[in-house]
Design a protein around this ligand. Structure first.
Ligand SMILES: NC(=O)c1ccc[n+]([C@@H]2O[C@H](COP(=O)([O-])OP(=O)(O)OC[C@H]3O[C@@H](n4cnc5c(N)ncnc54)[C@H](O)[C@@H]3O)[C@@H](O)[C@H]2O)c1
Length: 452
């Protein structure tokens, strides 16, 4: 069957799932030369199998708010691919969560987890629950009721969830506590746990730190570094906070931070003290990023406007850009603004933050551009390190885990450039390099394990 026919079949089988189709489309573009050169992948229908989850789980989550009112949400788990290890991927609590979003995330996770070189299958899950404005008690009740169903599909050798948007340290604690109660076992079934009870050092920071390690690798191909570079960062959550922390450590200057209401532009740069304020606003007070102005009145705040067809954050002149908020936050116009302002490098902390048209703008330009599959893989890599420590009953030092994270990001960078070159692309075409390197690893495992 021709590659075009395979794509049209996938589209027909998954109507009304635009994010999933977008992620598949992007990958297939990279894989066309691989599929044309190596018949074996078409013979074993690898693409058709990779785009069909091994198992889809959907369930009802009832919970009581603080006023005693009952609410009903929908919970999900997409168990995507287990060729390389148990299903592994985060949980997202956000009102936009549906099968399309989770299947795109799980599909991307397949390639990302393969790139880490660790024994990890892929998955993703979550609920259409909005944590914004909920009390700690409401969050706890929601997490407990969510786990009352999910626990029967998980296990340290079956499926190991973690955090994602709306699921941070607090939620992981409640989810783990309920799993332990239901199963009567203390096992490494969720990653991102507190280091005081089974978590790993550097897991909280891993995605943001890994992103910046990857960016340093990209810059080193031009004999350059982050020293003195002005950096745009979006988001203000887990990934953004620790990307900012590492940029500062590497001598760069983060200029922006954002949430779903708007963004802060601090021309003088966000330093360590300012980052502490952001962390307090977001992690403790659970407030809005606008509150930054109450501490640093010299900064500017831009409220998001519905009628704007671009985000002015991406029109600020800088050297490097790190989108760390959510999918499709950079459209074609934003991408053009970045390129016209001579941005050198874009590395994704978020998953699929650039629209298909935006990706094309970067691919047609000279900017160095890395997609999340490669550049944000540090989070899941340290999750795997957490799983290893749990199985061995050990707790490794911060230095040891950080060093391993750095090595893994260096290796992913090397594998991407090697795969791109092998198929005739520019060495620094990280889009094609990451897709090809991830695909070939998982594809060979699927073939070797037979048609299960
Ligand atoms: N946490 C991880 O380890 C991890 C790993 C790999 C990838 N990611 C990806 O990174 C991204 C951020 O995840 P996180 O864990 O930091 O989540 P988080 O919930 O800690 O933070 C998300 C941040 O993005 C902001 N945001 C959400 N929608 C927005 C919008 N429309 N415009 C601007 N800001 C918006 C939120 O206000 C919040 O500050 C997601 O795409 C996620 O899938 C996370």
């Amino acid at each position: 069957m021709s590659v075009d026919k395979i794509i049209s079949n996938i589209k027909e089988r998954n109507p009304h799932q635009p994010e999933f189709i977008q992620s598949v489309d992007e990958v297939i573009e990279s894989l066309t030369p691989v599929l044309e050169k190596k018949d074996i992948f078409r013979k074993y229908k690898i693409l058709e199998r990779l785009t069909e989850p091994e198992r889809l789980i959907s369930f009802r989550v009832n919970w009581l708010d603080d006023n005693g009112e009952i609410h009903v949400n929908r919970g999900y788990r997409v168990q995507m691919n287990s060729a390389l290890g148990p299903f592994k991927g985060g949980l997202r609590f956000h009102p936009s969560v549906n099968y399309s979003i989770l299947k795109f995330l799980a599909f991307e996770q397949t390639f990302k987890n393969a790139l880490t070189g660790m024994p990890l299958g892929s998955g993703k899950g979550g609920a259409d629950f909005n944590p914004k404005g909920k009390s700690d008690e409401e969050i706890m009740r929601f997490c407990q009721n969510f786990m009352n169903e999910l626990f029967r599909h998980m296990g340290q050798f079956t499926d190991i969830p973690a955090g994602d948007i709306g699921v941070g340290n607090r939620e992981i604690g409640f989810l783990f506590g309920q799993y332990k109660k239901l199963r009567n076992e203390f096992a490494g079934v969720i990653t991102g746990k507190n280091v005081r009870w089974g978590g790993s050092w550097v897991r909280t920071e891993a995605t943001g730190f890994g992103l910046i390690y990857f960016a340093c690798n990209m810059l080193s191909t031009q004999n350059d570094s982050l020293e003195g570079k002005n950096c745009l960062v979006s988001g203000a959550g887990n990934v953004a906070q620790h990307a900012i922390e590492k940029i500062i450590e590497m001598g760069g200057k983060p200029l922006t931070v954002s949430d779903s209401s708007g963004f802060i532009y601090d021309e003088e740069g966000i330093d360590k003290d300012k980052l502490k304020v952001i962390m307090k606003i977001k992690n403790e007070d659970r407030g809005r990023i606008k509150e930054y102005l109450e501490h640093y009145s010299n900064a500017e705040y831009h409220e998001n406007k519905d009628d704007e067809d671009y985000n002015p954050l991406w029109d600020i002149k800088a050297d490097c850009a790190f989108p760390c908020a959510t999918q499709n936050e950079i459209n074609k116009k934003d991408a053009e603004n970045l390129v016209n302002n001579n941005i050198m490098l874009i590395a994704e902390g978020a998953n699929m933050p650039v629209t298909k048209e935006g990706v094309q703008v970067f691919q047609d330009s000279d900017v160095m551009y890395a997609q999340g599959k490669a550049s944000n893989a540090g989070g899941v890599a340290v999750s795997s390190i957490e799983m290893t420590q749990n199985r061995m009953g050990e707790s490794w030092s911060r230095e040891k885990v950080n060093k391993q994270l750095m090595n893994i990001m260096n290796t992913i960078h090397k594998d991407c450039t090697k795969a791109a070159e092998e198929y005739g692309f520019k060495k620094t075409n990280y889009v094609h390099g990451a897709n090809i390197a991830g695909f070939t690893r998982v594809a060979h495992a699927m073939i070797e394990q037979g048609l299960t």
